[in-house]
Ligand binder design. Structure first.
Ligand code: SAM
Length: 263
């Protein structure tokens, strides 16, 4: 489907401003944002204005859900959060609203996204790598949050990304991520895909929301709890403290992994 995204964003600017002002967040959506592009092309195909609404409402819902979750573990709020695979700030724009005292840092594979987050939202970030072995950060975080990233990660890098992201968690902190799981797979099947876990509990197809990324590095995966447990098992001081099926969007599974304090 051919859609003029810059034209659509211009035409819907008053609407975006109005929604964003009620929420007290930036109204800007980047024309390079592939997640917005996906909402327009693949989800709200008949009514593109709904994609704008969904972008702001969905971002707010995810930010609230995340803040509610972290307050269960850090009642006064975490000191800092790394939002990994933040994209162009669908969720990030609510950071200061939901966790006022938390330092929030982003990371994404798209340099334009990191530039957008800094200039439009005033949130700092760093550019990631397709290869987990080449990714690191200099600080450690009370919470590392990866929403809908390991839902797109191939088998070859899944465990390595879990290990790398966990390495950025401070002692006593949490790695929080989502994956496609059994409910997502059942939805895919209902949509006509021949989607089955293999005997290790992994499923893969190369479709994704990020058309510019190589399907060797980013597609659609789904995993079982057992598959994730085997990625977590070798990690020093890691304890899987929560698995909640279909917690996110009614189909993505939630994982919370705590790093034990030293001593
Ligand atoms: C499904 S989107 C989710 C974006 C955001 N978490 C949200 O929920 O709005 C997945 C994001 O992963 C990012 N991504 C893909 N590969 C990555 C990598 N190797 N390192 C960091 N980010 C990556 C994409 O650029 C995209 O922004």
């Amino acid at each position: 489907m051919n859609v003029d995204i810059p034209g659509l964003l211009k035409a819907t600017e008053p609407m975006a401003r109005s929604i964003a002002s009620t929420k007290g967040v930036s109204p800007r959506i980047s024309q390079d944002d592939m997640l917005f592009d996906f909402l327009v092309r693949a989800v709200f195909t008949a009514d593109h204005e709904k994609a704008i609404e969904a972008y702001f409402m969905g971002g707010e819902d995810c930010a609230n859900r995340f803040a509610g979750l972290v307050h269960e573990y850090f009642p006064d709020g975490p000191k800092n959060v790394l939002e990994f695979a933040s994209g162009y700030g669908r969720v990030t724009r609510y950071a200061r609203k939901v966790l006022q005292r938390t330092e929030w840092i982003c990371c994404d594979i798209h340099p334009q996204a990191i530039a957008f987050l800094a200039s439009e939202l005033g949130i700092p970030g760093s550019v990631s790598s397709a290869d987990p072995a080449r990714w690191s950060v200099s600080t450690s975080f009370d919470v590392v949050f990866a929403l809908s990233f390991l839902s797109h990660t191939p088998d070859k890098t899944f465990a390595a990304w879990v290990e790398r992201l966990f390495s950025a968690v401070a002692p006593g902190g949490l790695l929080i991520f989502t994956t496609h799981g059994a409910v997502s797979l059942a939805n895919m099947k209902r949509g006509g895909l021949k989607a089955e876990f293999d005997d290790r509990g992994f499923y893969w197809n190369s479709n994704s929301d990020q058309r510019d990324l190589s399907p060797d590095d980013y597609g659609t995966s789904a995993v079982t709890l057992r598959y994730v447990q085997s990625a977590v098992a070798p990690l020093h001081r890691a304890e899987l403290v929560r698995f909640q099926q279909a917690f996110w969007w009614g189909h993505q599974d939630l994982y919370v992994i705590r790093k034990a304090k030293v001593g």
